[in-house]
Design a protein around this ligand. Structure first.
Ligand SMILES: [Zn+2]
Length: 362
């Protein structure tokens, strides 16, 4: 893998990740961009104790551009995009409309391929391996920024999730604090350690799922994927490396090598979940399954607010879920979910796991 770092016309950083070691990336961004002015502010809610990023500049961002104006395609001729080169393998750059910036963290965009019409599930294993290298490298780089406490690599896929650009891409958020969901997990981890005299909650959950088996979706030498016992979403899968590591940097060679195959298989199964449905409204072909893929990694820095828990106790894992509950119907976060944070899930986790095993590719 070769990494080449450059700057866009407005000073934002852009990094090429190339499979070939001999790639030369020297194209210059010729757009007349003004230096980016971002005004992101993190405000703390006094009642809930959580934080909200107020980012008013995002209102001006590009919304569903036509394919020939895609800012994530490579530049060609006079059509200048965010990527100055005429082709790329994987590229990462600072978001022009970040939710978090400066002292409040950092937001990056990851383009998985230069092919506008592909999706992650269409990538080859070699391409997916390069994306994993980029995620891992960005996690390491962002962890060195003083404003970043936790690194979150994720993909929103599908217009139903609110994706405004069709080009296959994900994002990386560097948060200036430990996120509420991670804090909840760390508290559960601390309580379990205390109650059991030192057992690790992640290890126990994974062992229980493997022993039970009814919710296991996929199991390989280095990875296990299952629908959690109390899944929040209609179709939700958690993917864990068998050997617990706190972040992407900790993955060993075996897990790293096997990841593309396992993850691509999971994504392809997600695209088949609703295949036997009604074909969507008016019999039209249904758009591909919308999903969110979210990497959970340990925060960086000391965790003294979570008594007795170390970084190494955390288990890196990926949570993959769709907001579609059945053909043509979305799960909305309505009164109970949005108002009270209590999820109502119409699909029993065991049924979801059964469906995700049925649609295996072989
Ligand atoms: Zn594109």
């Amino acid at each position: 893998m070769k990494k080449t770092s450059t700057r866009l016309a407005d000073g934002r950083e852009l990094i090429y990740y190339d499979a070939g070691d001999d790639r030369v990336r020297d194209a210059v961004d010729r757009r007349p961009l003004d230096p980016t002015v971002t005004t992101s502010e993190v405000r703390r809610d006094p009642l809930l104790g959580d934080s909200v990023a107020i980012a008013s500049h995002r209102q001006g961002r590009i919304y569903h551009p036509p394919a020939d104006e895609c800012p994530l395609c490579p530049s060609s001729g006079d059509r200048l995009s965010e990527i100055p080169e005429s082709s790329y393998d994987v590229v990462v750059f600072e978001n022009r409309f970040p939710s978090l910036a400066g002292d409040s963290g950092r937001c990056e965009v990851v383009c998985f391929t230069s092919d506008h019409d592909a999706s992650f599930a269409d990538l080859t294993e070699a391409q997916a391996a390069l994306v994993l290298e980029a995620w891992t490298d960005r996690t390491a780089e962002l962890s060195h920024l003083p404003s970043v406490r936790q690194v979150f690599c994720f993909e929103n896929r599908g217009a139903e999730i609110g994706v405004t650009l069709g080009h296959p891409h994900g994002q990386i958020y560097g948060y200036p604090f430990t996120t509420p969901r991670t804090a909840l997990m760390l508290r559960s981890l601390a309580a379990h350690k205390e109650a059991t005299g030192g057992a690790n909650l992640f290890d126990d959950v994974l062992a229980r799922e493997i022993a039970d088996g009814s919710r296991v979706v996929l199991s390989s030498e280095h990875w296990v994927a299952f629908v959690p016992y109390a899944a929040h979403w209609p179709y939700e899968v958690h993917l864990y490396p068998r050997r617990r590591v706190p972040d992407l940097l900790g993955l060993d060679e075996g897990a790293r090598t096997e990841f593309p195959q396992v993850y691509l298989e999971l994504l392809r199964r997600f695209d088949r979940i609703f295949d036997e449905g009604n074909g969507g409204k008016d019999g039209a072909a249904e758009p591909p399954t919308p999903y969110i893929a979210a990497w959970h990694q340990a925060p960086f820095g000391p965790l003294e607010e979570f008594e007795g828990v170390n970084r190494d106790d955390f288990a890196l894992h990926l949570e993959l879920f769709t907001i579609r509950r059945t053909s043509g119907k979305l799960k909305f976060l309505a009164g109970s979910e949005s108002g009270m944070n209590v999820f109502i899930n119409d699909v029993p986790p065991e049924t979801a796991a059964q469906r995700l095993r049925e649609v295996a590719s072989s």
